[in-house]
Design a protein around this ligand. Structure first.
Ligand SMILES: [Zn+2]
Length: 297
């Protein structure tokens, strides 16, 4: 993998540039790491960077349990004995990463799904943290930002930098992928509203560049969600199966499926269907051994 670089954002807050950005807060030469990169190789490079600056790794805080955010956990914990903190809901998957492909597939996943993009190595969460809590030692503030994943958090450093995980994605990613992974549409939209009210000097999305004003990103993300709801609604004007909706979405947005895309896009469409059923826009019926979705009149 490419060599990871490090940038100072503000005071004691730093960022390591990586496919999923990593945060660093340094207190008395001890590092509080926010997420740990894609895999063991990312973990190795992070540890090198920490040592090269004369720091020591104290704790990892994971924003959520997706494999590209916790991939370095196991290596770093084994090699430094660092603690790992995460929210209660995400801790379950960090400890038992097989749950991630299981959850996406809907049962025990076949071999092709048990790959490193969907399933990280297990690591031990040493402390579960509650949202809206301040971690006593470092003064890091935990902010609940559910929606993209089950129990995601953001982390605000005393320098007023907020690492927002995947609660917003960059314009480039949204324009390329359209259907960004999403677990709970209602919570996702609430988190966007919440982000706009937070007081920060810098917001750091995991996939994208740091920004001083989050509104442009929240608007782009919100508009895309609202657009997708209408596209799914139109797809259901006549009764249609889940696979039929998936096909229409792939055609509309030029999504080429592979095994990872199939479960990630599929799971995201199911999230939208749940939201639209809960909001009385879609209803289901069963017909000759098929479950079908249609707009609710
Ligand atoms: Zn994620």
């Amino acid at each position: 993998m490419a060599k990871l670089g490090i940038t100072n954002l503000e005071g004691n807050t730093w960022m390591i540039h990586s496919p999923a950005n990593i945060g660093i807060y340094v207190l008395k030469n001890k590092v509080w790491l926010m997420d740990s990169g894609n895999d063991k190789e990312a973990g190795k490079q992070i540890l090198k960077l920490i040592k090269a600056n004369g720091w020591e790794l104290e704790e990892i805080i994971n924003t959520h349990s997706h494999a590209d955010h916790i991939g370095g956990n196991a290596y770093l914990q084994q090699n430094t004995g660092c603690g790992i903190r995460a929210s209660r809901g995400e801790s379950v998957v960090i400890r038992e990463p097989l749950l991630e492909p299981s959850f996406l597939w809907g049962s025990y996943p076949f071999g092709a799904l048990r790959n490193k993009f969907l399933q990280a190595k297990p690591s031990e969460v040493t402390k579960e943290i509650a949202p809206e809590e301040i971690t006593d030692e470092a003064g890091l503030e935990i902010i609940s930002l559910k929606g993209h994943s089950y129990d995601m958090i953001g982390i605000k450093t005393p320098d007023k930098v907020i690492f927002v995980g995947d609660s917003v994605l960059s314009k480039e990613i949204i324009e390329k992928y359209h259907l960004a992974v999403l677990y709970n549409v209602e919570e996702f939209l609430k988190s966007l509203d919440k982000l706009e009210k937070l007081d920060a000097k810098v917001f750091v999305p995991s996939h994208g560049k740091p920004v001083e004003d989050i509104k442009e990103l929240t608007n782009i993300n919100r508009d895309k969600v609202l657009e997708i709801i209408e596209v799914i609604y139109d797809a259901c004007l006549e009764p249609i199966s889940f696979e039929g909706i998936l096909e229409k979405m792939c055609m509309k947005y030029n999504i080429e499926l592979n095994i990872n895309q199939y479960v990630l896009v599929g799971s995201t469409i199911r999230s939208y269907i749940s939201y639209m059923n809960d909001n009385n826009r879609l209803e289901y019926l069963f017909d000759h051994g098929k479950m079908l979705w249609k707009v609710k009149k």
